[in-house]
Ligand binder design. Structure first.
Ligand SMILES: [Zn+2]
Ligand SMILES: [Zn+2]
Length: 115
């Protein structure tokens, strides 16, 4: 077994089903519904920083523009940065975070039953 952390080898954005799919170096296939990704946007504006709550704390629903992904670009070999239709693009999802957010049936049932 290699100690190396899995990294994305392929990132694809599917407009019709509104998901981003990530193929990993360990052959896992991640599924990321856009809306779920946007709710987990790790930027300071959305999540807050240094004890100050972010915008998402006070948001009950997101608009269509906020949950529509225009593109996803790889950042410096450690993260993925989605570009959203409302112009938001400051959320940098590290590969670790992205993998934790995976919504494929396998990961979801693992999260539900716990370790
Ligand atoms: Zn954000
Ligand atoms: Zn998964």
């Amino acid at each position: 077994m290699s100690e190396e952390r899995p990294r994305p080898v392929q990132i694809a954005v599917y407009r019709r089903s509104r998901v981003m799919r990530v193929g990993w170096s360990d052959e896992h296939e991640s599924e990321h519904p856009w809306e779920h990704l946007r709710w987990n946007c790790p930027c300071a504006e959305c999540q807050g920083e240094m004890g100050v709550p972010g915008r998402l704390r006070f948001t009950e629903r997101l608009t269509e523009d906020q949950t529509s992904m225009v593109d996803a670009v790889e950042v410096g070999r450690y993260a993925v940065q989605p570009i959203w239709q409302d112009g938001h693009s400051t959320g940098i999802y590290s590969f670790d975070l992205l993998r934790r957010l995976c919504q494929c049936p396998e990961c979801r049932s693992a999260a539900a039953t716990g370790p």
